[in-house]
Write a protein that binds this ligand. Structure first.
Ligand code: A3P
Length: 299
């Protein structure tokens, strides 16, 4: 384990934690984070734990909020940050103290998840978003959160993302691994949500999610959750709960940045887009995912 600066080739570095080749954020005390990443396979699960698994910047906060509201049976803002339920980032004693059912979340690859997720049949909600919007969102995240100490430019960050040199290594490998696991383990209780569907068809996705989780739609609960969790409401309502103590966020940073499909078009040059498409078609040639990169309906 070591804390290192990932150089973007232009003299700007990102502070990360190297866990024997697997990159994560330092999340507070690096030794403790490294310990959790290493010991994660032995994490104690409860059968009714719900795991939100997603590559970074794919809509984890949003999904966590919706599921948490479903289990509290109230469309009321959850007065804390989802980071407090993030198994690689939070103290396990605190996660142990959470009441059941625990709505946990992680960006770790499938092969790094607790063994008991599978053994105890925990439900998994798997969230994916098109990788162009993910890369832009991750760039803004990396320049906005202080402990990364990153001041580089978008054009120098993008190659790091594409080549698996940002946190949690390769987005492509993450998605391919899950695809393989889901195909070879059809009994795994996994519910896939695409960010783009959630954005454009929130209510329908909330109904699908509720059905998967076995939550009843009493007194218009799903309609209320769908509305309460809309981006503009989250921007306002979660302001004071962005992070435990709000400590590590740079001035003006928020996890609720733009919340849209297709913001990548404001960032990618034509050339960057062509290179990205070529890399995508090579790496993802065996994948069945069909990501949507634009809104169906223009604003
Ligand atoms: P942008 O940076 O593109 O705005 P995660 O929660 O996995 O870190 O993902 C963060 C991304 O989800 C951010 O994307 C954020 O704005 C977006 N997001 C969060 N809540 C949202 C909501 N209610 N509706 C739409 N997008 C949301």
């Amino acid at each position: 384990m070591s804390v290192f600066r990932q150089d973007d080739g232009r003299g700007h570095g990102i502070t990360y934690l190297d866990n024997d080749g697997y990159i994560t954020c330092t999340f507070g005390k690096p030794e403790e984070t490294a310990n959790r990443v290493r010991e994660m396979v032995n994490f104690n699960c409860r059968p009714d734990d719900v795991f939100i698994c997603a590559p970074v910047k794919s809509g984890t906060h949003w999904t966590w909020e919706m599921i948490s509201m479903m289990y509290t049976q109230k469309a009321e803002t959850i007065p804390k940050s989802k980071i407090e339920h993030m198994i690689e980032a939070s103290q396990w004693e605190e996660i142990e103290n959470l009441t059941s059912p625990r709505i946990l979340n992680t960006h770790l690859h499938y092969n790094r998840l607790p063994k008991q997720v599978k053994e105890k049949g925990c439900k998994i909600v798997y969230v994916l978003r098109n990788p162009k919007d993910v890369s832009v969102s991750l760039y803004n995240h990396t320049v906005g959160i202080e402990p990364y100490g990153y001041k580089g430019k978008w054009e120098h960050f993008l190659p790091l993302f594409v080549h698996g040199k940002t946190e949690y290594n390769s987005w492509f490998e993450y998605v391919l691994e899950w695809e393989d696991i889901m195909a070879s383990n059809p009994e795994l209780p996994v519910h896939l949500i695409y960010y783009e569907d959630l954005k454009e068809n929130t209510l329908q996705e909330v109904h699908r999610l509720g059905k998967f989780l076995g939550v009843e739609n009493k007194d218009g609960l799903f309609e209320a959750i769908s509305e309460k969790c809309q981006f503009d409401n989250m921007v306002k309502d979660k302001k004071q709960y962005l992070a435990p103590n709000g400590a590590f966020l740079g001035a003006g940073f928020t996890f609720y940045r733009k919340g849209d499909i297709g913001d990548w078009k404001n960032w990618f040059t034509v050339a960057q887009n062509e290179i990205f498409d070529e890399i995508y078609s090579n790496k993802m040639k065996d994948s069945k995912h069909k990501f949507r990169y634009s809104r169906k309906v223009k604003n």
